[in-house]
Design a protein around this ligand. Structure first.
Ligand SMILES: Cc1cc2nc3c(=O)[nH]c(=O)nc-3n(C[C@H](O)[C@H](O)[C@H](O)COP(=O)(O)OP(=O)(O)OC[C@H]3O[C@@H](n4cnc5c(N)ncnc54)[C@H](O)[C@@H]3O)c2cc1C
Length: 395
């Protein structure tokens, strides 16, 4: 949509071929229905792929300020929230889609829906694009913006990669990213739905290789929540390479381990007639208490807390600050917010988004081997790369 609007504004005749009944379905699901459409703290370090530097030109050519101004002109007032995330003031993802669709129509882009592109063939006079009902469209230039494979029900189900490959482009391995993590452990059913605010780390070869903090939600398969989504890419990458990976959770990260040990010792000494189990009420979520004590190897929870041994208090401190789980996988494409991997960037010119193999063919968005962190970075990449592709294709 961004590429189409940009090219049209520069005078090109533009047709969008969209397989769904309407364009932009995925946008409606973004930001929990509020569309986190950019982030004011953007930087190249927020992106992943074989070479994230590939994204630099587009992101500096169509910046966050440009995106804010573009959407403001269309009617979207920005609302900046924590960590620089930007949402429409209306709090509705549908507003972003509504104004884009309005602009497509106003600017004279021809939008053809229920048109699944089956093949794109370079010809002497440009390209022949065939859709599923057999109709063929002729084009001087083609921008391939078919998205990745995350949330296939939105229409982007990975077929864009087949089209790129048909045209001779290489694609790297793809895997779901910004996705929930599945853990090994017998107790997840008991703590399903419990939310804690803490730190999560990916541990590989006993070293921390990625860390994030925020709300962590226990689920029957493992964990979800913003820090988990951020860490999922690293976990998936290591699992793909057949590595053993662990998740470490520190649920009381506002104090050091020593401070917590001191606090626990004092609490337990002053617990009077309270049981071990009851002595933790007010410190951690009640539903976590029996599970955490079990993990710490502490039995007979109805014993008096004052009778706890130093070794048991040490072990409890460890579980509360360094609870480790073996990662057995990540959830799949239906749950993922973005695709890691995609069309090989060495075959695309980053300054124009044009194919280095086929003149007149352009790429943009999630289908390229660039993916961003959670927080508005993926849509900004879609806007920036779409703008550059639209501009280059129209000139
Ligand atoms: C649940 C969820 C929440 C998200 N939240 C955010 C967020 O808040 N902020 C953020 O920055 N990012 C978010 N993302 C990621 C972001 O939505 C995507 O990275 C972005 O939409 C990618 O844009 P795109 O144009 O490249 O692809 P898409 O938005 O996937 O669009 C591709 C379009 O191509 C169409 N298509 C595919 N193949 C064909 C074909 N063969 N013929 C015709 N049409 C075809 C599809 O139907 C689709 O409409 C979220 C993703 C999900 C799944």
């Amino acid at each position: 949509m961004m590429a189409a609007i940009t090219a049209r504004r520069l005078g090109a005749q533009v047709t969008i071929l969209e397989r769904n009944a309407r364009v932009g379905k995925k946008l409606l699901a973004t930001g929990n229905g509020r569309c986190n459409y950019t982030n004011i703290n953007i930087g190249i370090s927020c992106y992943h792929g074989a070479n994230p530097g590939f994204a630099r030109y587009a992101l500096t050519h169509f910046t966050v300020e440009d995106a804010l101004a573009f959407f403001k002109k269309l009617g979207i007032e920005p609302k900046v929230e924590e960590e620089g995330k930007v949402f429409p003031m209306s709090e509705q993802a549908s507003s972003v889609l509504d104004v884009m669709r309005y602009e497509l129509e106003e600017s004279g882009v021809n939008t053809v829906c229920e048109a699944l592109v089956k093949s794109i063939e370079p010809s002497k006079e440009g390209f022949l694009v065939e859709i599923d009902n057999g109709q063929v469209y002729k084009a001087d230039r083609v921008i391939l913006a078919a998205g990745g494979k995350a949330m296939p029900a939105s229409g982007s189900d990975g077929r864009g990669y087949d089209l790129a490959q048909q045209l001779g482009h290489r694609t790297t391995d793809i895997f779901p990213a910004l996705v929930q993590i599945m853990l090994e452990g017998p107790n997840f059913k008991r703590i399903e739905g419990v939310k804690i605010n803490g730190t999560a780390e990916i541990i590989h070869n006993n070293r921390s290789v990625a860390i994030d903090r925020g709300d962590i939600l226990f689920a029957n398969y493992g964990v979800s929540g913003p820090p988990i989504l951020q860490l999922s890419r690293k976990a998936a990458e290591l699992l793909r390479d057949m590595q053993e990976v662990y998740l470490k959770i520190n649920m009381l990260d506002s104090m050091s381990k020593e401070e917590l040990l001191g606090l626990l010792t004092r609490r337990l000494q002053n617990a009077g007639a309270k049981t071990i189990e009851f002595s933790l009420v007010g410190l951690i979520n009640k539903r976590l208490i029996p599970v955490v004590l079990m993990e710490a190897g502490i039995e007979k929870l109805k014993r008096r807390a004052v009778d706890m041994k130093a070794r048991e208090i040490d072990e409890l401190t460890r579980i509360l600050t360094d609870w480790r789980f073996k990662i057995r996988g990540t959830k799949g494409w239906n749950s993922a917010q973005v695709t890691a991997g995609g069309v090989d960037i060495s075959e695309i010119d980053p300054d124009t988004m044009e194919s280095r193999l086929i003149p007149g063919l352009y790429f943009c968005g999630e289908m390229i081997d660039i993916d961003g962190k959670c927080g508005g970075y993926n849509l900004q990449w879609a806007w920036s790369s779409g703008f550059v592709a639209g501009q280059s294709a129209a000139l």
